[in-house]
Write a protein that binds this ligand. Structure first.
Ligand code: ADP
Ligand code: 5GP
Length: 191
């Protein structure tokens, strides 16, 4: 049988550490895949189009929704975000493990379409620490930070819907837990 990778959807409140965890995992596992989502959000100063996101204006995004180019999409913190079908298909064909960073709506949407999705919620140790991380990151203005913190409460309330919950206090431990999840799911797949 052809080797098949594990497809993980990881959700978390903004600032919990999804991107940091992915970068940590890449240090020891460069083959781990993710997709480059499309978004209508403005690029942050260090972000590169086509690497961090495909940055689209709303009209183009909506045209691509109508054309069926997205596997899933959602409005998150006032902007549109979506997974392009061609991005996901290319990664699935690689046979490597894939971690998608989606919001809770995206998780629900993808889970409804596929029975091979493993869902992981990454939670900050506390809402106070989440606020500290968002502020220290320094990529959003106060109004956007406030909106993301308000939305964090609803996102945290959805964590029971996920297969696994990882608390991101110590980054090394969180990365080890994600590796364990991938190992467990892989052994399940072959029995
Ligand atoms: P997300 O992708 O979930 O929005 P980021 O990965 O950008 O979050 O992390 C938000 C901020 O928190 C960053 O400044 C990052 O350096 C910091 N951070 C992430 N994980 C940890 C951790 N385990 N301990 C302390 N700070 C962390
Ligand atoms: P950010 O603006 O901080 O990069 O991302 C904000 C939120 O959008 C995060 O919770 C992230 O998981 C979510 N997100 C990013 N890409 C996608 C996507 O393709 N689909 C969905 N549904 N959510 C996404």
């Amino acid at each position: 049988m052809a080797k098949r990778g594990i497809l993980v959807v990881m959700s978390a409140p903004s600032g919990a550490g999804k991107r940091t965890l992915l970068e940590k995992l890449w240090e020891t596992r460069p083959s781990l895949e993710t997709t480059v989502s499309a978004t209508t959000r403005a690029p942050r100063p260090a972000e590169v189009d086509g690497e961090d996101y495909h940055f689209l204006d709303r009209e183009t995004f909506e045209r691509r929704v109508a054309a069926g180019d997205f596997v899933e999409w959602a409005e998150v913190h006032g902007n549109l975000y979506g997974t392009l079908r061609e991005e996901l298909d290319r990664r699935l064909a690689s046979g490597h493990d894939i971690i998608l960073e989606l919001d809770v709506q995206g998780m629900r949407n993808l889970k409804a379409q596929r029975d091979d999705v493993v869902t992981v919620f990454l939670t900050p140790p506390s809402l106070e620490e989440l606020e500290r991380r968002l502020r220290n990151r320094g990529t959003e203005d106060e109004a956007v930070i406030a909106l993301r913190l308000r939305n964090a409460r609803d996102e945290m309330a959805a964590q029971d819907e996920f297969d696994y919950v990882i608390v991101n206090d110590d980054l090394d431990r969180a990365a080890a837990e994600m590796e364990n999840i991938l190992r467990t799911e892989r052994s399940r797949q072959t029995v």
